[in-house]
Design a protein around this ligand. Structure first.
Ligand code: NAD
Length: 476
């Protein structure tokens, strides 16, 4: 029986096929024990009219092998196409996106010679739920969904990763001074889960100033855990700070499956010219080898790659006169890494992977958690309205409350404008009208909507107001 692990491989678009061939050549030469199933994804599949960019049959391979090495793809411009990356991460439950960003000073030019940061990005939630609406002529809405199981999983993964990889600190970036409920939950769970890891230093930053500090003093960070959108943006910034976005790999880890890729895209302008740097995908493949318990081969490849960088053999994106020795194309670069298999870097830090099993720690079972005492205390009714001023709307609406509900406030773009608003506040055609009461029922809310309908108001959405164990579950 073969000891090989079967993996699914997609060559992708743009520079994808070139960097995938280079990566596979290197890891095979290093002795990777893998069998490969190739699937087609990306542009060609989209253009066949498959909105997800992947053939239904390809899922069978992924569900069987559970390990996916994926080159970047091009998402065609225009509506109707769904992001394959988002779909794959969500369908396979790949909740943790691990993006190590390391400086290779003095061999690769960077403003930050001391830098070894792992961006730990939540991978399934946040604005990437992709639930968006046009609500009025002027207003579009995207839902930011942050869940307790989703946040717990990524935060716990960050601490577990830190512990098993000898990392000292896990920092959390969020913005709970503004998003008190969503980012507030992420922060609270970080504090709570962090208590279980006394040996690891903890630190929180509001994401804006945290990002500024990261951009100027990356040496003060180690592992940084954050929600999906912040992680998407900041991992590109952090990778670029090391010298090139082409240098960073990424692991997408779930309980059952995992996907490995470069963090960059398909760079279509560089495609087919033997120019692209395969390093990002190669380092993704190295993490894959550690994941499938071939850590010795992972270390062998990574160290040969470091030696190649040290020897000044560089692709165009990292080539600098005076620092680099030889400018090479994709194929020559992979050849240079293959020649150095078995060698170790002389000054850069040698890498020594351990096999790591990401499935060994339990999550809370949220299905068994006692539900909070939930009480309905009112409703926000959103109107599409442009017939007058905030004051006029307030005066009209206060007279149409049903029994048991009282209009307590109207806001526009989150600013309270009735009662007592200012004329100066700029208003759009989207009004949030809050009705509150005691012992509120669904029937009262339905009667209130009936009243709006009869008075000719265009209500575009409602949001029920609940307390959970007495604590307000909505913003003030
Ligand atoms: P990109 O990452 O493809 O390119 C950004 C810049 O970095 C370009 O100047 C490019 O030449 C350079 N670059 C990227 N990778 C490189 C490498 N390996 N070697 C040398 N230079 C490299 O980002 P983009 O131009 O915004 O996107 C191009 C396409 O990629 C789009 O269709 C986008 O949707 C897609 N994309 C795919 C993924 C993915 O599949 N995971 C991720 C991001 C973007």
């Amino acid at each position: 029986m073969s000891e090989n692990t079967t993996i699914t491989v997609a060559y992708g678009d743009g520079i994808g096929p070139e960097i995938m061939s280079a990566t596979l050549d290197i890891i095979k030469a290093a002795g990777a024990m893998i069998d490969i199933e190739v699937i087609e994804i990306g542009e060609k599949v989209y253009l066949k009219g498959i909105a997800e960019g992947i053939e239904p049959s390809s899922w069978q391979s992924l569900l069987k092998t559970k390990v996916f090495l994926k080159a970047p793809i091009t998402t065609p411009q225009g509506g109707g196409f769904k992001s394959l990356n988002v779909a794959t991460r969500k369908t396979l439950g790949l909740y943790a996106n691990v993006r190590p960003c390391v400086s290779y000073h003095p061999y690769i030019e960077t403003k930050h010679p001391v830098m070894d940061v792992v961006i730990m990005r939540e991978n399934e939630e946040d604005l990437y739920a992709g639930i968006e609406y046009r609500q009025t002529d002027q207003v579009m809405q995207g839902l930011k969904l942050i869940t307790s199981p989703g946040s717990e999983k990524i935060i716990r993964y960050a601490f577990e990763y830190a512990r098993s990889n000898g990392r000292k600190k896990v920092t959390c970036f969020m913005k709970d001074n503004i998003m008190k409920i969503t980012d507030g939950l992420f922060h609270k769970l970080y504090d709570k889960i962090g208590e279980e890891y006394p040996g690891i230093e903890k630190e929180t930053w509001i994401v804006d100033i945290g990002a500024a500090k990261l951009a100027t003093s990356p040496e003060s960070f180690d592992v940084i855990v954050m929600e999906n959108l912040y992680g998407d943006i900041l991992s590109d910034v952090t990778a670029q700070m090391t010298g090139s976005v082409g240098l960073a790999g990424s692991a997408n880890i779930g309980d059952k499956c995992a996907m490995f890729e470069a963090i960059h895209g398909s760079a279509p302008r560089r495609a087919g010219q033997n120019l692209a740097n395969p390093s990002g995908l190669l380092l993704g493949a190295v993490m894959m080898l550690a994941h499938i318990n071939q850590s010795e081969i992972a270390s062998k490849v990574h160290n040969a790659w470091l030696k190649t960088l040290e020897d000044g053999v560089h692709t165009y994106d990292i080539y600098r006169d005076g620092i680099s020795k030889k400018k090479v194309g994709t194929k020559q670069f992979s050849g240079a890494v293959i020649e150095r298999l078995g060698k170790k870097p002389e000054t850069l830090k040698t890498v020594n992977y351990k096999d790591f099993d990401v499935k060994t720690y339990p999550h809370y079972d949220y299905r068994n958690i006692t539900p909070a005492k939930k009480e309905l205390t009112g409703v926000d009714i959103f109107l599409h309205w442009r017939e007058g001023s905030a004051k006029e709307l307030g005066e009209k609406l206060k007279n149409i409350s049903v029994e048991g509900l009282k209009l307590t406030g109207i806001s526009n773009r989150g600013v309270k404008i009735w009662p007592g608003g200012l004329e100066e506040t700029f208003c759009v055609d989207h009004w949030r009208c809050r009705f509150e009461g005691n012992a509120v029922t669904f029937d009262m809310i339905i009667s209130q909507l009936e009243k709006f309908k009869n008075e000719g108001y265009d209500f575009i959405k409602t949001e029920n107001l609940y307390t959970f164990d007495g604590e307000k579950g909505y913003s003030a």
